[in-house]
Write a protein that binds this ligand. Structure first.
Ligand code: FAD
Ligand code: DLZ
Ligand code: SF4
Length: 509
């Protein structure tokens, strides 16, 4: 057999046959290394379902590559070849194969990129780190866009991305004459007996083997392993996405911000875990959604709202991540230090909204955007939870979580920890918002209409207490002026009751 020219390392979130490291390779002369690694499963203690999803998807991808003619060395977690972490595993393979060079596509996390920087010197082999062209905007192009701008608003970035991709464009103009139909996308949802459900895939033999491994090795990690219904192969992920387009996309826009008891998915796509590990391609997904609009199958507010999430938000947060790391991880503009409350792990709280969000997170490794932003994120913001502790929670509990996308959403959008680089104002809200967008309050032991007292919705006193605590910083933001004015109109007694109620509740955490 010919010697190995290039050792190509494929990471667990690089499960794309056309990825740059493979596109540059030659199946006849190069060798692929993939590894299930202890360090990658524990740098945060990932949800059991997330580990099982990724290991099974990795094993299926290794088979897919073998089918394409590649030689793949796949190291299982329980193999004697397992070396624990990327550096040790690559060193072991390089020692055995003596390749002329190592190639890898740029990793999604700073942590891993830093490791790779040392490999050339440590291993004595040249290392090519190739751009990840699955994204539509490179970190360098984002830096160019950001240069010289006072504010990095997503909306302007998104318009550029629409022009660059041609998605939903009629010539130089946005389809329908407007860039953004968000104003139409804030309807509360009703229970619907025919609510669509994400496509459920029965575990095959490979997945069943992985499930047994994960139960044995990660039994003490957060989350329910079973039932396991994620797609782990490209064709099944594509089928899950097609099912979403056929059954839910039309209502995605209208109910994007809605929350309903017992409906963890509503009209969301539940595809971020597939996009982020490479089973689905973002541009293809957006083209399919545009087609659904152009053929009249879905309205424009749905198609535009969905495409904005992917070529807008998803690309934008990645740009912010690479622009601001490594410091971004420890940003804490509001100086919050409270430990993460236990109920983020146990779901044992009388707040019905938080209980619902954490329970479905435990069951499905999933919560939709508004649950993440306006329930668990909002609570942490109002209670003054340490943003880094919250970041580690989000990174571990969701099947779609990787630092490049999770951290800007958590530190920037949700916690205002970057001081307003990403969000134009803090996503802080009282119980009234949750009551408007969900039915949770109907079954809650707290009363959402009360501001203070032991039976009042805790979000209310915490909200006004947050406004009072951060009034100096917030007063520099004109979008916060109405809230500050309302607070200023409260009597001295009312302000004292707010402070007392908030303190009494926080003391119970
Ligand atoms: P849908 O609601 O159906 O949206 C379609 C797609 O748009 C998603 O699959 C996703 O790829 C993309 N998208 C939507 N919103 C965002 C966003 N704000 N940023 C980036 N992409 C977006 N998303 C992740 O992929 N990984 C994370 O670790 C993650 N952490 C988050 C943490 C917090 C605190 C918040 C507020 C949001 C986070 N998000 C994260 C964004 C968003 O919540 C998820 O992408 C979405 O809930 C995934 O579910 P879905 O596939 O059903 O999405
Ligand atoms: C998230 C994750 C997990 C849980 N396990 C592995 C693994 O065993 N092997 C692997 O190659 N990748 C894994 N990953 C994904 C990596 O952590 C990911 O590549 C980095 O977070 C960079 O985005
Ligand atoms: Fe959540 Fe408050 Fe409504 Fe209870 S009353 S569900 S705590 S918003």
């Amino acid at each position: 057999m010919a010697g190995t020219r290039t050792l190509i390392l494929v990471l667990g979130d690089q499960l794309t046959p056309a990825i740059s490291s493979l596109a540059a390779g030659d199946p006849a002369r190069d060798r692929i290394l993939m590894a299930e690694l202890h360090d990658e499963t524990t740098y945060v203690r990932h949800h059991k379902k997330k580990i099982a999803f990724l290991f099974s998807a990795m094993r299926h991808f290794a088979d897919e590559l073998r089918g394409l003619g590649w030689r793949v060395d796949y190291v299982r977690l329980d193999s004697p070849q397992h070396r624990g972490g990327f550096t040790a595993q690559v060193a072991h393979a390089a020692g055995a194969l003596r390749p002329e060079r190592i190639a890898v596509t740029q990793p999604g996390e700073w942590r891993v990129a830093r490791m790779m920087k040392g490999w050339h010197e440590q291993l004595g082999v040249p290392v090519d780190i190739l751009p990840d062209d699955r994204f539509l905007c490179s970190p360098a192009a984002f830096a160019d866009w950001a240069a010289g701008r006072k504010q990095l608003r997503m909306e302007y970035f998104y318009r550029d991305m629409r022009r660059r991709t041609g998605l939903l464009m009629d010539g130089d103009e946005p389809a329908g004459g407007r860039w953004n139909f968000d104003a139409e996308n804030r309807k509360p949802a009703d229970t619907d007996l025919f609510m669509p459900r994400p496509l459920a895939v029965a575990p095959d033999a490979i997945t069943r083997e992985v499930l047994a491994l994960v139960e044995g090795r990660f039994g003490n990690h957060f989350g329910d392993l079973m039932p396991f219904r994620f797609a782990v192969r490209r064709d099944d992920a594509e089928a899950a996405f097609s099912a979403f387009v056929d059954t839910a996309l039309a209502r995605f826009g209208d109910y994007q911000d809605a929350m309903l008891t017992g409906e963890p998915f509503l009209y969301h796509a539940v595809i971020a875990q597939y996009l982020n590990c490479g089973l689905l391609d973002p541009l293809r997904v957006c083209r399919a959604v545009e087609d659904a609009y152009r053929t009249g199958a879905v309205p424009l507010n749905a198609a535009e709202g969905f495409i904005r999430q992917i070529i807008g938000w998803r690309e934008y947060v990645r740009g912010i991540y690479w622009l601001r790391m490594p410091g971004y991880e420890h940003s804490n503009a509001l100086g919050h230090t409270r430990p993460l409350p236990d109920f983020y792990w146990t779901a044992e709280t009388e707040m019905a909204c938080v209980r619902a969000a954490v329970t479905q997170t435990r069951e499905h490794a999933y919560a939709h955007h508004i649950q993440r932003l306006m329930i668990t994120g909002n609570f942490a913001l109002l209670a003054g939870v340490d943003p880094h502790a919250l970041h580690e929670w989000y990174l571990s509990v969701y099947a779609d979580a990787y630092e490049w996308v999770e951290l800007p959403n958590t530190a920037g959008m949700s916690q205002f920890a970057d001081g307003g680089l990403l969000a134009s104002k803090p996503y802080a809200a009282s119980g009234a918002y949750i009551n408007r967008m969900s039915d949770y309050c109907r079954s809650c032991r707290y009363d959402v209409t009360w501001r203070t007292g032991p039976d009042a919705c805790p979000f209310n006193a915490l909200y006004w207490n947050f406004i009072a605590r951060h009034r100096e910083l917030l007063s520099r933001n004109t979008r916060m002026t109405p809230m500050l004015r309302t607070y200023d109109r409260f009597s001295g007694d009312e302000r004292q009751r707010i402070a007392d109620s908030a303190a009494a509740f926080l003391a119970t955490l």
